[in-house]
Unconditional design. Structure first.
Length: 654
């Protein structure tokens, strides 16, 4: 029985850290990084304890480090008391009170700046408002807002009083919102009349009303922020305008000191394969992961303007918008709208006008903007950029090279980060001043992270370029604590396969001869072709390397002889073939893949479309593609698609 995954992608380009960057970096060399890693290897618990003492302001210092007595329900620093909002705001006020904390730009061009002192004041006022409306420590509050500063204010206010927030992405449907409210047992919903996205108003309050009309008996009050100003319905006795609610609130709110293991937030993963999972994160361990990775991976400086393009409805927006940048006293940028309004140069225009120095976005956004040509980024002065990052899924080498060449002008290191909602922060990523990068590789585990690639029996795979299961072998502070209300599901999902020994990431990966990790896709996305187990990401990368291809998504479909056939969805640079069919180009692409990585990986079918089916966050709905490839009826919820009309093209009907 084959227990490894065949690697068919070979990438040999290597980019060493620029000398000027490394000289000014926090970690300046591979030797310095090795010393830090050695410290972690010598005493795993003491390593994390030292960082927790150094990086977090504790109201009561912790005495214990790691409690494994209920493993895999691990607890870190559990007898220490802290407050996350205090660590993000109050401790910066003496030296950074007048420093800009948030630069906000709306899709319509409005710009707002908040200093740390101003942000602290607004968080305290809103925290007092929450308390006046009956919210106390441990209560759940659901936040359903646009990408505006008030989303961060609401999250920080919840943290300040010990309430547990659960942010729901503004692109989710009413049914998805209802499911999350009911699972969390939330007492309050915070929303807005709407938001601006793609030149249109996103009707958030209407969706919230629809969700509440279908259930949610635990909700006692709804706070509504006025963002768009369009007319909405308000229910007497339940709905309260944000601006009216905070009008009499004072600007001083002492923080609620909570235990390190106190839940900071719940964040629900997609429910496309069943009931959504409420990933529960702690306060102390999560905060430590956010701080250390801001410093290690982003090499954050006091004068940086840091822009992570993720919405706060996702874990990336939690760790690298709402918490990480503020915890280290940085200035962050928030943008409300779409990257192509009024044109495909919006991201680059924002970078140029605001002098962004660190830019962190998803490979899907990079590929979509790459497809539209170099003219948009080259029209803007991107000289302020010093570091680039990617997050969300593996980035194919050609997109990496475009990012490096066109956006970074071959002088900005690229940090390709692997992590998950469940891990809380970066796990595998290059330290930009110390680690040479390879296009498409997330490189090496960070200090204190013990990662491995194992076969079906849990044995380490020592052969280079043989893929298997990505696992984490030791607990780490920012790890999820459980699935809200379902400990058994937590244990079976993440720890069951290898009898509790390892955390199972659910991704397949390989290591090359240099020990670099390469993510090969989700483990359930592996295609079994004629006895060979192939990772979809490598086939996608080969397709995108063709000069006519902008994006590709590969899935498997049942095949009587081979077991599975390779089905590719392709987005071209330029126009789509009439009717979605071009036999000559299909032959050319199949031959191209054969030349790049071998005949076994040639797609059996190629279908062309103007775009791939993505959520508003940029995530490709691969399960939907598998359904279409197999000819089955679509039963998945498609309400979160950016463009539902693309389904006809994907079905070959347009």
């Amino acid at each position: 029985m084959t227990t490894t995954i065949d690697s068919i992608l070979h990438e040999h380009r290597l980019f060493v850290p620029p000398q000027a960057f490394a000289a000014a970096a926090r970690i300046k060399s591979r030797a310095e990084l090795a010393a830090l890693q050695h410290q972690a290897d010598q005493d795993h618990e003491a390593f994390w304890a030292g960082l927790a003492q150094q990086e977090i302001t504790w109201q009561r210092p912790f005495q214990s480090i790691l409690d494994s007595s209920r493993a895999p329900h691990y607890a870190w620093f559990k007898d220490g008391l802290l407050n996350v909002s205090y660590n993000c705001l109050d401790r910066h006020l003496p030296e950074r009170g007048e420093k800009t904390a948030i630069v906000f730009e709306g899709e319509q061009g409005d710009v707002q700046r908040l200093t740390y002192a101003e942000l602290h004041r607004e968080v305290c006022r809103f925290a007092n408002t929450l308390k006046r409306l009956g919210i106390t420590s441990g209560d759940r509050v659901v936040i359903y807002l646009p990408m505006i500063p008030e989303a961060v204010i609401a999250m920080q206010a919840c943290a300040r009083i010990g309430a547990i927030h659960s942010v729901v992405f503004g692109g989710f449907s009413a049914d998805s919102l209802r499911d999350r409210i009911e699972d969390a047992g939330a007492r309050m919903l915070i929303t807005a009349d709407g938001g601006h996205r793609g030149g249109k108003i996103v009707e958030l309050k209407a969706a919230a009303d629809k969700a509440l009309a279908k259930g949610c008996p635990s909700i006692e009050s709804v706070l509504v922020y006025r963002r768009t100003g369009h007319e909405i319905a308000m229910q007497d006795g339940r709905d309260v305008w944000w601006h009216e609610a905070i009008a009499k609130a004072t600007a001083q709110c002492p923080p609620e000191w909570v235990g390190s293991e106190h839940p900071l937030f719940l964040l629900y993963t997609s429910g496309s394969t069943g009931k959504p999972k409420g990933i529960q994160h702690s306060s102390g361990g999560y905060l430590l992961g956010a701080i250390t990775t801001m410093k290690w991976v982003f090499d954050i400086r006091d004068d940086d303007l840091f822009w992570c393009t993720a919405d706060v409805g996702w874990i990336t927006g939690h760790t690298y918008v709402a918490y990480g940048p503020l915890a280290v006293g940085a200035t962050l940028l928030m943008y409300e709208g779409a990257p192509t309004v009024p044109d495909a140069g919006r991201f680059w225009d924002i970078c140029a006008r605001h002098k962004v120095s660190i830019f962190y976005t998803a490979p899907t956004a990079i590929r979509a903007l790459m497809k539209l040509g170099d003219a948009f980024p080259t029209a803007h002065d991107l000289s302020s950029l010093r570091l680039l990052g990617t997050v969300g899924e593996p980035i194919n080498p050609e997109a990496w090279m475009w990012y490096h060449r066109v956006i970074g002008h071959e002088r900005c290191p690229i940090v390709d980060t692997w992590w998950q909602t469940e891990t809380g922060c970066h796990m595998l990523a290059p330290i930009p001043g110390a680690v040479a990068t390879k296009p498409g590789s997330c490189t090496l585990p960070l200090p204190g992270i013990v990662a491995d690639v194992v076969d079906e029996q849990g044995n380490s795979i020592t052969m280079p370029d043989q893929g298997g299961h990505l696992v984490i072998k030791k607990p780490w502070p920012s790890m999820l604590r459980t699935i809200w209300g379902d400990d058994a599901r937590y244990v079976s999902t993440y720890w069951g396969k290898f009898d509790g020994k390892y955390y199972l990431a659910g991704d397949s990966a390989r290591r090359d001869a240099d020990g670099y990790f390469w993510i090969m896709g989700r483990a359930d996305d592996v295609i079994k072709v004629s006895g060979h187990r192939l990772g979809t990401m490598e086939i996608e990368s080969a397709l995108v390397a063709h000069p006519r291809v902008a994006e590709a998504a590969v899935v498997g479909r049942p095949h009587d002889i081979k077991g599975e056939a390779i089905f590719a969805y392709v987005v071209l640079r330029g126009s789509r073939p009439v009717g979605g069919v071009d036999e000559a180009l299909t032959r050319e692409l199949r031959d191209w893949v054969g030349e790049q990585i071998g005949a076994i990986a040639k797609p059996d079918d190629i279908r062309y479309a103007d775009n791939l089916p993505k959520t508003r966050s940029g995530k490709i709905m691969r399960r939907l593609l598998r359904t279409l490839a197999s000819g089955q009826a679509i039963t998945q919820d498609t309400s979160t698609l950016e463009n539902e009309g693309i389904l006809l093209q994907l079905q070959g009907k347009a």
